[in-house]
Write a protein that binds this ligand. Sequence first.
Ligand code: ATP
Ligand code: LTN
Length: 330
Amino acid sequence: MAHRILTGIKPTGQLTLGNYLGVLKHLPKIQNDGESFIFIADLHALTLPIEPNDLKQNSIDIAAFYLAAGLDPNKATLFLQSSVSTHAELNAIMQNYLYMGELSRMTQFKDKSSKMNQNSIGLGLFAYPVLMACDIILYDADIVPVGEDQVQHVELTRDLVNRFNNRYGETLVLPKAVMQKVGARIMSLSDPNKKMSKSDPKGDIYLKDDLKTIRKKIMSAVTDMGDEIKYDQVNKPGISNLLTIYACCKDLTIQEAENQFKECHRYGDFKKAVADAVCDELEPFQKRYQEIIENKSYIDVLKQGAIKAKKVADATLIKVKKKVGLLDVE
Ligand code: ATP
Ligand code: LTN
């Protein structure tokens, strides 16, 4: 059977180089591996406080970034999660098949909620993986391209699918998280032991940063003791992260990237090469983004995408409703 591919990015803030190297950059290639559904997870962005205007602008940005990265609306279906109400409907059913114990063990929930006032943690943040599972299930997706931090949520989706299928008979497709070999976890430039994340601005490179700022950020990235350019996550997390960024921008393996810097014993020279690689990669991408923002081509793409997505999603919802015994009198 042909593959069904699904992935999403939530419009919680400005996209980072981590989002780009972990997922965005690879989507144009992935879209040829099967039928792709690529969306803006705007309902998910509401799980933490966000200004309405920021949410709108971030959503537009993600749409434009998808297109700038090279997603072809004739091949992939691009849409806003909130335009397809079926996500919320399936969520109402599926929340009964994931357990509070499971949800409370999710790393993302533990990380995000630990930074909050314990009396004002929204239910949506806790129940986040239920909605994410619905996103995946609705499109019969078997391939879910994500960065490393999202693998746990896809694993939980697999548990849900197995639980549902065991209870009601084969109904839902079992998904699999697919990560890039290089780039699945880009780390912060100021603390290479922490993930680069758009909700934690320290050590981030934003896709909208101008090239001068990007250079400056890379040149001042935290590095490690010694002068060797070697991949060693434990003893050289800073250099390893920069090597990963370089390899990913140049489409090299880590080994190939390392070989290029065998003779280099000056971190400054190495950082300059990394900055060049990132700027070479992002310059044309930023130009395309700017054009798309100006011509607003994303509006029609999202409209058409929602219509296509809804058809597929509704068919799954009908199947699920039947299986669980919801009476259909339409
Ligand atoms: P937040 O900080 O709001 O949690 P995020 O950037 O971690 O945001 P998303 O925007 O929803 O999360 O992530 C979109 C995709 O980018 C996901 O597949 C995620 O795994 C991936 N991703 C996010 N950060 C990185 C990173 N540092 N390295 C590689 N992939 C990443
Ligand atoms: N949870 C993801 C965004 C997301 C997603 C999805 C990714 C929402 N639904 C379905 C893949 C498949 C995140 O926080 N990065």
